[in-house]
Design a protein. Sequence first.
Length: 356
Amino acid sequence: MLIFRQLFDAQSSTYTYLLGDSVSREAILIDPVFEQVRRDAALINELNLKLAWTLDTHVHADHVTGAWLMKQRCGSRIGLSAKSGAAGADRVLEDGDQVAFGKRYVEARSTPGHTDGCVTYVLDNQSMAFTGDCLLIRGSGRTDFQQGDPRRMFRSVREQIFSLPATCLLYPAHDYRGIMVTSVDEERRYNPRLGGDIGIDDFAGYMNNLNLPHPKQIDVAVPANLKCGQPADAKTDNSDPQWAALTFTFGGIWEIQPQTLEEIISQVETIDVREPAEFNGALGHIRGAKLIPLGELKQRAGEISRDKPVVTVCRSGARSAQAVVMLQKEGFRDIANLHGGMLRWRAEGYGAEGGN
């Protein structure tokens, strides 16, 4: 069974795709975004996957790839087209090469036109293909910079993508209207630039007269992506919290484990967001915790110290996760949720005041 997730970066309207083999738990990540590496790594961890490869469809001009950072975090290797001109890849791909993850693989099909190094990745059974910026949903990528050539793009789409089965689902690198997927049959029939009876001269004439502004991030993105997203100082990502060993969840919350909290309990402010009856009830409460029920949290945020990290607590970790979001909006930065709440705290044998 294939594990598949489609992820989105709102800033650049970029889709990132996670594919995993459910037996071996090996996975690949297509077109990762630098700013979303923490999110993607959290999802991979929560799904119990091992990231084998990050694959870029081309050298992007509108965002920096997360390939290098994912390699630092997950030990994954980097793959992209041999024609991309980028340095730092673990494997450069030629037309027809296969990249395996467990017993599954994707085939790299050369689809130049947007750039020389554009690649479409086709799943082994040809049920899915990831077209990058070559073919978009009811559109196509630009051909007016980075070795763009409308005639090459036309041939790439017609020969390498439209030759796939009609039912093959097509996933682009971008969509600016929120549409997530199309199919070969749909694009053959309805793509206004490349479908139907449109000829190569029609397409070239259309593309050569778009007169679009250059991408805002091109001067930053292209040099960085020619190094697979490696920062200029070649350092790993140091933006993670340093005050404790925390885990970032796919839901966007930093969590602290009971054992870790027990070790640093005197160095943090613990805020219990349950109701008073729960605070003094069967589960008791963590020594020194301050009771501020969730419904009062916004109004009483001024009672919470900003001089030390904050840990929020509730019965199971659900309300306290909401409390983290609320306090972040109030300007708190060093803040985490107790994973599993008081249920897990007590189940693991840590002490509490009150309760049974």
